[in-house]
Design a protein around this ligand. Structure first.
Ligand SMILES: Nc1nc2c(ncn2[C@@H]2O[C@H](COP(=O)(O)OP(=O)(O)OP(=O)(O)O)[C@@H](O)[C@H]2O)c(=O)[nH]1
Length: 339
């Protein structure tokens, strides 16, 4: 089976139709995995999925979202083969830097394969067990890119090592304008412009990348922009603020319990509901807030730091935490009383 890994921000640029045709001609099952879905809005992803004639799954390997769906889809597609074969091998194929190694790590659940923002990092081959008969093969980004500027945009050549970065950066800007023009305004505050070069110059001005004579250092600016793009810090879509709205509010039960018992000391709440919360705790951000007799009780989990979880609750409620208790190992959560 073939899984074509694609960058969800640039599916047109990172899908390879020739490869897809070849796989289909061979009669092998093909699944398109749009990775880095955390960098695109959900509606956009769903629209894309609806239009595709090949099965598509959106995931964020880095945020460990959607991997359950991916596993299920792999098993579903493998089903017709599983009856007749001893072992079905799943091969991940894609351009460099689309996140193949990160996907493998996530599916395996451990840090099995090295990942790095430096393109071309994956070396050698690994077989990883997905189920008794289903095996995943990690292979390097084998899809060749002929055009150098395209190679850079797709992250196939580290931005810092490019000798002449301006041309690929201008091409990237032009690609961004084509895909989603507003991103330039949202990210850099640039509303009107003559052409790509003016955009690049103004980005340099904003970042203070100025040469000795007072002119904008276009090359440094180009490298910076390409680096932002390659590492995923520059997103075409939702800003961080919009993304933080994307929470699942499912502590209703716990909060109702808290209300019933009016246990307003967070330590006691944690003691009583700790196991339940720990069970629900993973890296998916969740939060719940409830007013109980003029006091606000809030729970948030799935954060890297307790402080961030607490800050989130404070911002959400516009109140200050007067007591809180932190919990969780890798992913942290907090339960707090806010006033
Ligand atoms: N935002 C975001 N970044 C991701 C995601 N998955 C991977 N990345 C980042 O993309 C970069 C490349 O990831 P890798 O897993 O090394 O990519 P690869 O396809 O194995 O790359 P090669 O080794 O060059 O073939 C790293 O900086 C990852 O952290 C994701 O779901 N979201």
């Amino acid at each position: 089976m073939i899984v074509e890994v694609v960058d969800a921000r640039d599916p047109i640029g990172t899908r390879n139709r020739k490869l897809e045709r070849l796989v289909q001609e061979e009669g092998k099952p093909l699944l398109i995995v749009m990775n880095k879905a955390d960098l695109v809005p959900r509606e956009w992803a769903e629209e894309y999925k609806r239009k595709s004639e090949i099965p598509v799954v959106f995931i964020s390997a880095r945020e460990r979202k959607g991997t359950g769906i991916l596993r299920r889809e792999l098993k579903k597609l493998a089903k017709p083969l599983l009856g007749e074969k001893e072992k079905v091998k799943v091969a991940l194929i894609g351009y460099p830097n689309v996140g193949k190694s990160t996907i493998i790590n996530t599916l395996k659940g451990k840090r099995a394969v090295g990942t790095a923002p430096i393109p071309g990092y994956t070396k050698g081959k690994h077989l990883i067990r997905l189920s008794k008969k289903l095996w995943l093969l990690d292979s390097p980004g084998v899809v060749p890119i002929d055009d150098f500027d395209e190679l850079v945009i797709k992250g196939g050549f580290p931005a810092d090592k490019i000798e002449e970065p301006v041309k690929p950066a201008l091409k990237l800007i032009s690609r961004i304008l084509e895909t989603r023009r507003e991103a330039i305004t949202e990210k850099f505050g640039i509303e009107e412009f003559e052409n790509e070069e003016e955009i690049l110059r103004r980005i340099g001005e904003k970042r203070g990348l100025i040469k000795a004579g007072g002119e904008v250092d276009l090359e440094e600016t180009a490298r910076w922009l390409l680096r932002e793009w390659q590492t995923g810090r520059f997103t075409l879509f939702a800003s961080e603020e919009e993304k933080s709205q994307d929470f699942i509010w499912d502590f209703k039960d716990v909060l109702e319990g808290v209300e019933r018992e009016l246990l307003l000391d967070p330590r006691r709440i944690l003691w009583r509901y700790g196991d339940e919360l720990r069970e629900k705790l993973d890296n998916q951000k969740r939060a719940g807030v409830r007013e109980i007799e003029g006091i606000t009780v809030g729970i948030a989990t799935g954060f890297k730091k307790c402080d961030s979880a607490l800050k989130f609750l404070e911002e959400l409620t516009g109140k200050t935490a007067i007591a809180n208790e932190c919990f969780g190992k890798k992913w942290k959560g907090v339960i707090a009383i806010l006033e």
